[in-house]
Design a protein around this ligand. Sequence first.
Ligand SMILES: [Zn+2]
Length: 500
Amino acid sequence: MALSELSRRELLQAGAVALVGSGVLWREASAQQARPRPARIPKNIIFMVSDGMSMGVPSVAEPFSQMVRGKGTQWFRLLQDPEAVTGLFETRSLDSLVTDSSAASSAWGSGSRVFNGAVNVLPDGTKLTPIAQLMRQAGKRIGLVTTTTITHATPAGFAASLPNRDDEHIIAEQYLGVVDVLMGGGRRFFDAQSRADKRDLIAEYQRKGYAFWERREQVRGRERPEKVLGLFFPGHLPFTVDHQNSPQLREQVPTLAEMTRKALEILSSSPRGFLLQVEGGRVDHAAHANDAAAILWDQLAFDDAVVVALDFVRRNPDTLLVITSDHGNSNPGLNGMGEEYRDSEKCLERVTRAKGSYVAIQELLRREGTPTPDRVRDAIREVTGIEVSREEAEVVASVASGKPAPTLNRAHANLVGVLGEILSNYNGIAWIGTQHTGDWVLVTALGAGKEMFAGIRPHKEAFHRMLKLVGISFRNPEMSIEQARRYLARAPRVRPEHWV
Ligand SMILES: [Zn+2]
C-alpha cells in the first residue's frame, strides 16, 4: 500500500519518527503502489514459523489433534476464517532451489536472498542489516522465542549477520543489546564453561539489565522484567512428545505457548510496539528424523502458541500476525492404507500411542553394543507401541550397525530413513526423503496489514512489506540469482576464506 494513504500522525504513532533521527528515511510512496490496502498500521508484529512444515504436516495434524485432544487445530480454524488472509511463500535461496533455514530467515530478515548457510551476509562478504536493528531504530522492542537453540538459524535471521550459521557462539554475542526478550534453548553458547573463549555471556547480559531465566516456573510466574535471557536447555529444547512423557523435562522446560505468552506480556508494555518472532523449530528436526509422533506433537505445541498469539491480536487489533514456515522438509503425508483407504485412520491412530520420539528409540538401542533384531523390536515397541516384523527389525539392526541400507531412494539410505519407511507400513505416514524440499509454504495473516500477505510471493517480500507497513524505507544490497551463478562459476567454494 502507499504510505501516502497513511496519515503522518499514524506513522509517527507507529514509531517511524525514530528513523528520521537515525539516518533511516521513511518516504511517501506514489499513489500507483496503492494495492493492497491494510486496515491500519500495525504497532506490533508477531511472526510465527513452524520450521520445516510441509503442507502435509497441518493436514495430518488436524485429524491427529481431534484424536488426541478432542478438538481441531487453531490454524485450521483460522484458515476458514474470512477475516484471515491466506497466501504462499516461494522459498528458494540464492544458491539453490531448496533453501536452508538460515537463507530463508535471512530473506525475511533482510529482504535479500543469501547462500544456504549464511545469515544476512552476501557471498561477497557484504553484511546486511537485519530487521531487528531497523525495527529497534524505529523504537520497537524485539523478541525471539524458539524451541531450538535461541542462536539457531531462524531466530538469527531476524537479528544477526554472519557468514556461517554454525557460529552460534557469535550469534549469542550479536543479540546483546539488539533483542530484548530471548527464550529457548542453547545455554551452551552463552555459558563460560562451554564456550571455547570462556567468555561469560550470561553475566554480560545480566550487566546490561537482562534477567536470566533457566526454569519453567520463571516463565509461568508473574515476573515481567524489561529484558530476559531465558535459556532452558544446553542445546535444543526436547521434542514435545518427550517433554510430556518426562516429569523432569516438564519441571525444567516451558512450552512454546508459555514462552510466547510471557514474551507478549513483556513486550506489550513497549509504547512504540514490538517485533516478535516465534519459532516451532523442532517440527523441522522431526521431519529430518522421519518421526511421525514427534512432528505431530510439535506441530500441536506450535498451534497452542498460535492460540496465545491470536488471543493477543484480538485484544490488540493494531497487531499484525503472520503464521508461516520457511521451507518444506521430507514432505510427510498420510497414505491411503488398506481397501478403499479405510485403514488410514486406524494407522494414524497408532501414532497417538507413541511415548517418545525416535531419539528415545536411539537411546534404547545405544545402551548396549550393537543392537540385535530383538532389541530393535523391543525398543520400537516400547517407544511407538508398534510391533514391527522380524525381517524389518533385522534391516534396522543391520543399518544401525553401519551396513548399507537396502533402499533405492538414496535420501532414505540411513537409519532414520529406514525406520521412517518401516513405520510408515503401520502408521501410514510416509516421507519423500530426510531433507528440506523446494515446496511453497503456507502463509496466514491476520490483523493490521494482513492484506500484504495475500497470494503467492517470494519470501523476501515479507521484509519489505513489514517495513513498509510500519513506515520504514530501507533496502539492503542484493545479489541476483544470475549474479550468484556467475559468482559460483568463478568461486565455487560456498564459504570463501575471507568470510572466516
Ligand atoms: Zn528451517
